[in-house]
Design a protein around this ligand. Structure first.
Ligand code: NAD
Ligand code: MG
Length: 360
């Protein structure tokens, strides 16, 4: 495939996303231009044996003096303690404010390293090398960085944009199938919230995408990054349209929290949550049952769950009231005006939800 480049025009900063079959080729060609002469590669124990060597080799070839910091793997390590391990590594290796932090990994690493970069000596440059489908289409674009607090996910963070994002499609080959599917939930989300034509493309090419055929996969990732970048350019700090990216997420977060983190992957919960958002949209008279069936079909083809678990209604509502989209106590939901166009629904009552959500 031909390498693709996209420019993200966030109001605070402009930077490129490079999408290529081979991560190493992309880095060899362009790393020198985007990294300082000194860099810290931050990754985890799962990814280091797979990709650290090639990133180190690319740094060497680019004349970048790099050291590595390897963290434990898992959402449960997206914490203050891990952040401190990054700072320990930076300080021990005499990293300066100009040292580039290179995040090599999925969304957990990307979010944490981005936040470390935002705060190390009041702001060091950083580069993202996202290695999960979810991080390639979602978390590496848009500049949200964070760690979790014991009382809430992503509660401590900053908006901070990278110098560049390097996406190598070859890194997805080692990704567990379930993680690939979870990323597909976010891919399908973009189509539903903003692009009916893209929905057709996904439906027509779903087998090729699942088989990771390079051309279509690259196009899909490019398109998702572009949609997110456009939304972020309009609304960097989530005062308006950026909230549409939360389609399926209010329901999804309730599923994730109630089941216990890690039981359902985020993307899986979002998939079932998007089906509920479709039912809610049907209830509001926007879309019809055939539209919902179409969404379910595509999610199933992407190996995603479409049926939310049965909790009691109070449990659902208690979780959803904790959502960051609750403003002045009012529950708001991203719904679909039609397939390919999201809208915000306010004033959704418990009675309406009782008709939409599976509950005991
Ligand atoms: P993750 O980073 O935990 O990665 C999933 C698993 O796959 C991990 O075990 C990881 O080590 C492993 N892995 C990663 N790349 C691999 C590869 N190429 N081969 C084999 N294994 C690999 O999870 P994720 O889904 O990438 O990201 C989830 C995180 O992203 C959450 O913490 C979420 O809050 C965050 N997020 C942030 C944003 C944002 O805008 N900043 C958006 C969405 C999600
Ligand atoms: Mg998400």
């Amino acid at each position: 495939m031909k390498p693709l480049t996209l420019t993200v025009d966030a109001p605070s900063h402009q930077y490129p996303i490079f999408i290529e079959s081979s991560l190493q080729d992309a880095l060899m060609r362009q790393l020198a231009q985007y990294s300082s002469k000194k860099a810290a590669i931050v990754t985890n124990h799962t990814i280091a044996p797979l990709y650290l060597e090639q990133v180190q080799a690319a740094c060497k070839a680019a004349g970048v003096d790099a050291f590595s910091i390897i963290l434990p793997d898992g959402e449960e390590y997206k914490t203050w303690e891990s952040l401190n391990l990054i700072f320990d590594g930076l300080l021990t290796n005499h990293a300066e404010r100009s040292t580039t932090l290179i995040a090599l990994g999925g969304g957990v690493i990307g979010d944490m390293v981005g936040f470390a970069a935002a705060t190390y000596q009041r702001g060091a440059p950083f580069i993202q090398i996202p290695t999960t489908l979810l991080s390639q289409v979602d978390s590496s674009v848009g500049g949200k960085t964070a760690i979790n607090h014991p009382l809430g996910k992503n509660m401590i963070g900053a908006f901070y944009q990278p110098q560049a994002v390097f996406i190598g499609l070859d890194t997805l080959k080692t990704l567990p199938e379930r993680e690939f599917a979870a990323g597909m939930a976010e891919v399908i989300k973009y189509a539903l919230l903003g692009d009916a034509e893209f929905l057709n493309t996904l439906e027509q090419n779903i087998s090729a995408i699942q088989a990771q055929e390079q051309d279509i996969l690259a196009q899909v990732i490019f398109h998702c990054c572009k949609m997110k970048a456009n939304i972020v350019a309009q609304d960097e700090k989530e005062h308006g349209v950026r909230a549409y990216l939360n389609l399926g997420h209010t329901f999804g977060h309730a599923i994730e929290t109630e089941m216990g983190y890690g039981v359902w992957l985020h993307g899986e919960a979002v998939a079932a949550g998007m089906v509920l958002a479709c039912h809610l949209s049907e209830h509001l008279g926007h879309i019809n049952a055939e539209d919902t069936a179409r969404v379910i079909r595509l999610l199933e083809q992407a190996q995603l769950p479409t049926q939310a678990p049965d909790f009691d209604l109070d449990t659902w509502i208690a979780h959803m009231q904790h959502d960051k989209k609750v403003i002045n106590g009012e529950m708001r939901f991203v719904v679909l005006e039609r397939l390919g166009k999201a809208a915000m629904a306010k004033g959704i009552t418990a009675e309406i939800l009782a008709n939409v959500i599976p509950h005991v």
